[in-house]
Design a protein around this ligand. Structure first.
Ligand SMILES: [Zn+2]
Length: 282
């Protein structure tokens, strides 16, 4: 049932009614982090552009030089981003027993930084690095230091302006950038995130489906659901008759499947929902 004819305060009440008292799965996207200064690829004011694909990344050293050089600059800023009221409200909702699993399409780690524990980072975390040969994992902070030592003055010289959701920035000349190799085996290092052209690991997807099956409602917050990796959970919930509430500025691919759709910012709605939970718990 579509609720487009209801006023926004009435739909907001309807959404809160559906979401309080049960056990919900929250699915979050880039729109949740825009208030932390991390831009959305597909938000209303974003230029149309795409991140590097997996196929491009593994195509050769030149592509990886371009990726890591831009990402090196972007990381310096991304690591300074802090959780906003939307992240904090979701953490409070988990503490109150409202959220059984938080599935996020974001790689920025801000849900964990806000205190959420039951988090499934669908696309991984930009703070983690993996070796494509020996699969050993390392931290991005350590790699950032190594890259800084291998490329003295690079970060200072390239004061780029345009940070993307994956911590990438625009840089024209990256041919001098030295890309570190795996310290264990000399293999190719990649951020441990799911690139475009890669699949989300099956066990991770199944964990989310299982949580949706056990949920009383699915709350989508700050995602246009353009990517199938998130949209499939909305389709699944709808098929199972589990109510779907979508809170997003602008249309989403799941609007026709939503029980209630709110055209609202997540920093506005989520604290309201959290307050409603605390009120019924008291
Ligand atoms: Zn290795």
């Amino acid at each position: 049932m579509h609720s487009g004819s209801l006023s926004s305060s009435r739909t907001s009440d309807a959404a809160i009614d559906l979401l309080t008292g049960g056990s919900i799965v929250a699915l979050t996207g880039a729109g949740l982090s825009t208030d932390s200064g991390i831009p959305d690829y597909r938000g209303p004011n974003s230029p149309a552009r795409l991140p590097m694909t997996y196929q491009e990344f593994v195509s050769g050293p030149v592509a990886r030089q371009r990726y890591w050089a831009r990402s090196h600059i972007g990381w310096g800023r991304m690591k300074r981003a802090v959780p906003n009221p939307g992240h904090r409200a979701l953490a409070a909702l988990e503490s109150a027993g409202a959220v059984r699993l938080l599935v996020t399409q974001n790689v920025d780690g801000l849900h964990e930084a806000a205190g959420s524990r039951a988090v499934c980072a669908l696309h991984g975390r930009i703070a983690d690095v993996v070796c494509l040969s020996c699969r050993s994992g390392t931290s991005r902070a350590a790699l950032h230091e190594r890259m800084g030592r291998l490329n003295p003055g690079f970060a200072e010289t390239h004061a780029a302006s345009d940070v993307r959701p994956d911590g990438d920035v625009e840089l024209s000349d990256t041919t001098d950038f030295v890309v570190p190799e795996c310290t264990s085996c000399g293999g190719v290092l990649k951020p441990d995130v799911v690139f475009f052209g890669e699949n989300v690991p099956k066990d991770r997807v199944q964990r989310c489906f299982d949580a949706v099956d056990a949920a009383t409602a699915l709350l989508v917050a700050g995602s246009s659901l353009t990517v199938l990796s998130g949209f499939r959970f909305v389709r699944h919930a709808h098929k199972r008759g589990i109510p779907v509430v979508i809170v997003n500025r602008g249309p989403t691919r799941g609007d026709d499947l939503a029980t209630v759709k709110l055209d609202l910012g997540t920093s506005d709605f989520l604290p309201e929902l959290s307050d409603a939970w605390v009120a019924i718990g008291a």
